[in-house]
Design a protein around this ligand. Structure first.
Ligand code: ARG
Length: 463
């Protein structure tokens, strides 16, 4: 007989129920109800395995399956009454199963503990999130590729230190992000492969004396194999940390791109125009069109990396195996996952809509003596000058142009020849930004032909 005053799941040895504050600090149902579908899938697989192993009867397993399906329907319909007194999703589901099917429900927890149960549920949830992240990244990659394709040969300034460095192409710049988000995609896939081992059957920590079939449950739940050490299986949260690691690096990439969109959409740059759909206005300044989505994406790294650090700190120093500290894992991961998905979708939306200002990009591409390196390279190639000397000669020409307030290409040949007598009018060809980018044909360089080759390669990868 279970005493009414104590917890109906574990209250056998308790004379009194928990203090209200105990209940408040202990309960996780407020957030772990997000794992209801995973919890039920895990229980169904466990019940089927128990029956197949002859540990429970087929009729009990069938009653469990039907009851669990009914509970999932109630939850999905918003009709399920979650109870804080029942602590978490695992006990809420089991208590409701008892109401629905009676005594057989009490056999579901045979050869299982909430420790392997929560490890399983959370792992299934994170795995689903890795899949969703993968899909969102592919969508974003396609948005980058479309931008790159449209402007494969549009010239723009390339920057170092946010100072004009050399002309590059819009397509090349977009393809840089394709490489970054492509690595994010690879990390997500790696993490999924590594985490795909099933903790169910580790029981509390030591395994179980029942003759369970862990291969069967692992297979049923889409895992590659059962986790090989029961102590590790219940105490491991690497999969959540790896997800947060992937999410953090991806959010950092998103933040860098967002920062560029903020700069580029300013009146000083005018490199891009964001669509009305992905900008906001000011309540006082009628002229304003603000890049709020980009700014918020830029900020998301804060909470996502914060979650990564926080869970690291929760896990560090925990003795094996399960400790209740680990209940703090879920809200961090849920929040990071929600915000990563939102940021990925917002970035894909912004990129899909944004219009690059080809004329402004081109005008800026030639400013700031951006073809000075081309001039130095010309001196090396045509006049056989050592590069160090060519660098020096070019520096003098830049200073001359700066003093005159003109571009390198606007200097007269006679003026140039006062710096070096070997200069010929042929030099003016390399001072044009289009020739400059077209000449950078080295593998991975900014020449439109190289950019198009990379676009084709990525289209094949993503096909
Ligand atoms: N709500 C718990 C959690 O999220 C479930 C596991 C509880 N296990 C235990 N031994 N008390 O971690």
């Amino acid at each position: 007989m279970v005493k009414k005053s104590s917890n109906q799941m574990w209250g056998g040895r308790f004379a009194a129920g928990p203090d209200a504050i105990m209940q408040a600090i202990n309960a996780s149902i407020g957030f772990d109800q997000r794992m209801a579908a995973e919890d039920i899938a895990g229980s169904k697989a466990h019940a089927a395995m128990l029956a197949s192993a002859g540990i429970i009867s087929d009729s009990d397993a069938q009653a469990m399956r039907e009851g669990l399906d009914a509970i999932l329907s109630e939850i999905e319909a918003g009709k399920f009454q979650f109870s804080e007194a029942l602590e978490d999703i695992h006990m809420n589901v089991e208590a409701r199963l008892t109401e629905l099917i009676g005594a057989p429900a009490g056999r579901l927890h045979t050869a299982r503990s909430r420790n392997d149960q929560v490890a399983l549920d959370f792992k299934l949830w994170v795995r689903g999130q890795l899949d969703a992240t993968e899909a969102a990244l592919v969508t974003l990659l396609h948005a980058c590729l479309r931008q790159a394709e449209a402007g494969a040969d549009w010239v723009m300034p390339g920057f170092t230190h946010l100072q004009v460095a050399q002309p590059v192409t819009w397509g090349h710049h977009m393809m840089a992000y394709v490489e970054m988000f492509g690595r994010d995609l690879g990390r997500v896939r790696d993490a999924r492969r590594r985490m795909n081992e099933c903790p169910l059957g580790a029981a509390a920590l030591a395994g179980t004396s029942f003759a369970i079939d862990r291969e069967m449950t692992a297979q049923e739940l889409g895992f590659d194999r059962p986790a090989a050490n029961s102590l590790d299986a219940v105490s491991d949260r690497d999969f959540a940390l790896e997800f947060l690691g992937c999410a953090s690096i991806c959010a950092m990439h998103l933040s860098r791109m967002a920062e560029e969109l903020v700069i580029w959409s300013s009146a000083q740059f005018r490199f891009i125009a964001l669509s009305d759909r992905f900008s906001t206005g000011s309540s006082i300044m009628p002229q304003k069109k603000n890049p709020d989505a980009a700014e918020l994406i830029r900020a998301k790294i804060g909470r996502i990396f914060g979650a990564n650090v926080a869970l690291m700190l929760v896990m560090k120093g925990l003795p094996l195996t399960y400790s209740k500290d680990m209940q703090e894992d879920k809200e961090l991961v849920f929040d990071a996952a929600d915000n990563l998905m939102l940021a990925l979708a917002a970035m894909a939306g912004m990129l899909g809509d944004l219009r690059a200002n080809k004329e402004a990009l081109e005008a800026a591409a030639g400013a700031g003596f951006s073809t000075a390196t081309d001039l130095a390279d010309w001196l090396v190639r045509v006049l056989d000058m050592p590069f160090r000397e060519a660098h020096h000669v070019t520096g003098s020409l830049v200073a001359m142009a700066e003093n005159k307030g003109c571009d390198l290409g606007e200097l007269g040949l006679d003026e140039m020849q006062t710096v070096h007598e070997g200069m010929t009018s042929e030099v003016f060809e390399v001072l044009g930004v289009h020739n400059s980018v077209a000449s950078r044909m080295s593998y991975g360089g900014t020449a439109p032909a190289q950019v198009r080759a990379q676009i084709a390669r990525w289209k094949e990868i993503l096909a």
